[in-house]
Design a protein around this ligand. Structure first.
Ligand code: R5P
Length: 296
């Protein structure tokens, strides 16, 4: 038997898992003191149990991380037999190397701490693996990176009337997701070439893509400031794209990202619920159950 414990960043996914797949919940009391410190109390017996801790670490990653460390460490101290970390949105993944002298390589430290507190296995969804080819290169414990791209593409295929569709990835890295989405939608895919100027600004190299009079589906792992998506939409519209539908796994949507994307001419934008937002249409609990939990 596997038990589910949702931290404050994963409670929405934990309850959907429990509701849809009949998995028992370990309840948690959670408070924040006036000075910002956290009070956490695990309300059910965990001794000898296998427990999944779900914590999606969006928007306030440090707070979610510290809560995760407290929970895993306490579960182990209280005798849990196995603790499996499910981190649908994995933070700090983009700082995976030292770009400038003296920089903190945050991803490596986060990974080490996750292991150190007693996590036995780790699972994530569409983690931004840039310089790592496989999540297992980052962790010594068993680690798995699932994808939500099939489900996002299925949603698009069944909810929009697509005419002459093509899938576009906004940069080289997104080719892996473009391929999966194109396979589901049964169409071709292509990618653009992106150069990042600053955290908010990107430029796309002028390059011919065959989108004229086609409905375009742009897929990416993360939308953060919305700069990449907005530039891609404008670029593809200039090349004659008809409807442009955007899909991403993690809709961080910092600042006015959502309005930036619609202003750029998006017909619609959808994401999963790894980061709850007004565009979260695909529920990742099904992916987690079907691709991982049912095999535990
Ligand atoms: C980067 O390579 C990622 O795949 C995304 O394209 C990027 O994180 C999106 O960021 P933003 O929305 O700030 O352009």
């Amino acid at each position: 038997m596997i038990y589910i414990l949702g931290g404050s960043g994963g409670i929405h996914i934990a309850y959907k898992l429990s509701r849809d797949f009949n998995l028992p919940i370990i309840h948690l009391e959670y408070k924040t003191f006036p000075d910002g410190e956290k009070y956490l109390r695990i309300l059910d017996e965990v001794s000898e149990k296998r427990v999944i801790v779900i914590q999606s670490m969006y928007r306030n990653p440090d707070s979610h991380l510290i809560e995760y460390f407290f929970l895993v460490s306490t579960l182990k101290e209280l005798g849990a037999k196995e603790v499996i970390g499910v981190i649908p949105y994995f933070p700090y993944a983009r700082q995976d190397t030292r770009f400038n002298p003296g920089e903190v390589v945050s991803l490596e430290i986060v990974a080490k701490l996750i292991e150190k507190v007693g996590t036995d296995k780790i699972v994530t969804i569409d983690m931004h693996l840039h310089r790592y080819h496989d999540i297992q290169e980052l962790f010594k414990i068993p680690a798995k990176n699932l994808t939500a791209m099939k489900e996002l593409a299925r949603y698009i295929k069944s909810h929009y009337k697509l005419s002459n569709p093509v899938v576009i990835g906004p940069d080289e890295e997104s080719e892996q997701w473009a391929k999966v989405a194109a396979d589901v939608i049964e169409c071709n895919y292509d990618i653009l070439e992106k150069k990042r100027i600053s955290p908010e600004e990107v430029i796309l190299s002028p390059r011919e893509v065959n989108v004229k009079d086609k409905d375009v589906i742009i897929v990416d792992d993360i939308i953060s400031t919305g700069g990449t998506m907005a530039e891609a939409i404008k670029f593809l519209k200039r090349q004659g794209a008809r409807k442009v539908i955007c899909a991403c796994t993690h809709a961080i949507l910092a600042g006015d990202a959502l309005s930036k994307i619609y202003r750029a001419g998006a017909y619609d934008l959808i994401s999963t619920d790894t980061v709850p937002s007004p565009v979260s249409k695909v529920n990742v609990s099904k992916i987690l159950y079907e691709e991982f939990i049912k095999y535990l």
